[in-house]
Design a protein around this ligand. Sequence first.
Ligand SMILES: [Zn+2]
Length: 150
Amino acid sequence: MKCPFCGEDDSKVVNSRSGRDGAFIRRRRECLYCHKRFTTREKIENIPLFVIKKDGRREEFDREKIIKGILRACEKRDIPYSRIEEIVSNIEKSLYNEMSREIAAKKIGDMVMKRLQELDEVAYIRFASVYKEFREVSEFSKEVRALLNK
Ligand SMILES: [Zn+2]
């Protein structure tokens, strides 16, 4: 994003707000060279978002990948596809509202889990077992017991 004052290309985001329709985001930026501030209106899909994996690798945010993960967890459950898409859109929107363009994979996983927990407990357990990589069966059954006791 070029600075309108000095033309340099490096700026940091100091504030972010999504537009009424959700397709645009308004960002207050500060130029790293002349330190002047300016506002931009950016199309959401033009702003890359990166996911930082557990091993430190960085990959571009992939909406389809999250949908696939949730679909797998929702297999044979009576959950409409539109509901899953809604969850992912919801997560996506709140990620784009973050200041940072880099989001820890763990954070996204937690967001999915929170929503699945409200949606369907079986799907939640399935997703959690893959995502949390329960090392021991005892850990897994602890989680299941906690659910049943609710
Ligand atoms: Zn500047």
